[in-house]
Design a protein around this ligand. Structure first.
Ligand code: HEC
Ligand code: HEC
Length: 434
């Protein structure tokens, strides 16, 4: 909690104690003896109610950013124009504190019950590329998550094609850096890579195996897996579905790209980004993209963030894009994920996003420029215009006799290009040997 709030609460407590002593001395001085207890009771009760109301109000205010937080003006950092390469032209009404950029760590953490070992990673890699794990022997994980290509861990299709040529309705998200995401799938229904890996094997329109037992039986029947399982799981060398999932997850934890130009820039190589990319980086912050695509993995749904992994998309209803791209045809996460309406989606990472098109859960948008315009419009309520007059809007507040000027209301084509140039700096190669 904000230290200002703690101070206010402490001040309230001191005031209530002081007030009570004042009341005691007045009552003792003035009130007749038989009414003293009664008056003291009322006094104390009123004090406690007032104090609780005050705490309630403070907590309420602290939940809503914006003007209420100016209760603590010394703690509100205004955007210093010098932080921006363009001298503050993009001062935003949304982002008040300068955002701290972070590089991706050089390795992904693994859960306590599935530590990384070279043997397990090797086994996981074999399984990931093995088409025998699908019902008709045609598909492996790598069919839809192409590692060794420019598809950046996806398949480049609008929606993936599973066994028998069946097309699903969702786009294959990249497996690169999925190790850093707190919840997986577009709707966030899996909470670990181990948990996730079992899904596609028995999904009838993905690898289509009739059951997890059948997967285990298939792998057990392949002689070349005997030695790798024994090496990866010395304590329990048998083929089980949990061991299969653990090995695949261990391999996926190596599929990370911590050496993008962006990471090199953040770690101190100021020549790693072009001037256009740095302008795009500033816009990515000041437009408000960092509200959701934050932290080292550009996602508030990552293990680095203590934040809700889901957001409503589109959050501005009834825009021209919603109909055009059918964004609401798929209801997304079941409402119980966030407690409210459908249309709740996990915030995706933007690493390697330049390589992972087409975009969004239904893969309906082919170009990254268009994806950026859509985000600005439907998540941040910006307009898209090249006219400088559209960039700010002026509101007269008659009660206060003040003018409120909201800046950066529109993104121009060149600003969209700058953001896209910055997003391209998030492309990174896998470490060798994949
Ligand atoms: C037929 C194509 C296809 C195959 C085969 C496939 N996947 Fe996927 N994968 C997808 C699609 C589509 C999604 C998104 C589904 C959704 O969100 O509902 C996905 C999601 C994922 C995700 C979540 C990524 C994220 O950021 O949320 C991971 C990890 C993943 N798959 C790993 C695997 C593994 C491991 C295998 C093999 C056991 C596999 N996939 C096989 C198409 C495929
Ligand atoms: C309020 C939260 C929020 C904000 C703000 C936001 N995004 Fe998103 N973004 C999302 C969610 C949620 C999705 C997934 C939507 C879906 O289901 O397809 C997404 C998807 C994307 C995608 C597609 C990723 C993919 O793999 O298909 C891109 C690109 C993107 N955002 C860029 C941006 C940019 C650039 C900005 C700033 C202009 C921005 N976002 C602002 C929440 C947000």
């Amino acid at each position: 909690m904000n230290t200002g709030i703690v101070e206010l609460i402490a001040f309230g407590l001191v005031a209530i104690v002081a007030g009570f002593f004042l009341l005691v001395s007045m009552v003792l001085e003035l009130a007749p003896e038989q009414r003293r207890k009664w008056l003291l009771g009322i006094g104390l009760g009123t004090g406690i109610i007032a104090f609780s109301l005050k705490i309630g109000l403070i907590l309420l205010f602290s939940l809503y950013p914006g003007p209420m937080l100016s209760l603590f003006p010394e703690r509100q950092h205004e955007y210093a124009p010098s932080h921006l390469p363009d001298g503050g032209r993009h001062d935003s009404s949304l982002v008040k504190t300068p955002y701290t950029w972070q590089a991706l760590p050089a390795s992904a953490p693994s859960p306590g019950d599935n530590p990384q070992t070279a043997e397990k990673i090797r086994l996981g890699r074999m399984l990931f590329f093995d088409t025998r794990l699908s019902a008709d022997g045609t598909l492996s994980c790598a069919s839809c998550h192409e590692i060794s290509s420019d598809k950046g861990g996806g398949d480049g299709l609008r929606a993936s094609i599973g066994i028998g040529g069946q097309q699903g309705t969702r786009n294959a998200p990249t497996v690169l850096n999925a190790a850093f995401q707190k919840v997986l799938f577009w709707d966030g229904r899996a909470t670990s890579l181990e948990d996730q890996a079992k899904g596609p094997l028995i999904n009838p329109i993905e690898m289509g195996m009739p059951s997890l037992d059948r997967v285990v039986a298939t792998v057990s029947g392949i002689a070349e897996y005997i030695e790798p399982f024994a090496a990866a799981f010395p304590a329990q060398p048998s083929v089980t579905i949990d061991n299969i999932a653990k090995a695949i997850a261990a391999y996926e934890r190596t599929l990370i790209t911590p050496d993008s130009p962006y990471d090199r820039f953040v770690k101190g190589d100021s020549s790693a980004l072009s001037a256009q990319q740095i302008r795009g980086m500033a816009l990515f912050e000041s437009t408000g993209c960092v509200f959701c695509h934050s932290g080292p993995n550009f996602s508030a749904a990552s293990i680095f963030a203590d934040d809700i992994p889901f957001r409503l998309f589109p959050s501005v209803p009834d825009t021209e894009y919603e109909q055009q791209y059918g964004f609401t045809d798929d209801p997304g996460a079941a409402p119980d994920h966030s407690g409210s309406k459908p249309g709740i989606w996990r915030i995706p990472s933007l690493r390697n996003v330049n390589r992972t098109g087409p975009y969004f859960h239904n893969g309906s948008v082919a170009s990254l420029e268009e994806a950026v315009r859509i985000m600005a419009r439907v998540q941040l309520n910006k307009s898209l215009s090249n006219s400088a007059t559209d960039d700010s809007s002026i509101h007269w507040l008659p009660g206060d006799r003040r003018l409120a000027v909201a800046t950066q209301q529109a993104l121009s084509d060149s600003e969209v290009d700058e953001i896209v140039a910055f997003l391209k700096a998030l492309d990174g190669d896998l470490p060798p040997l994949h």
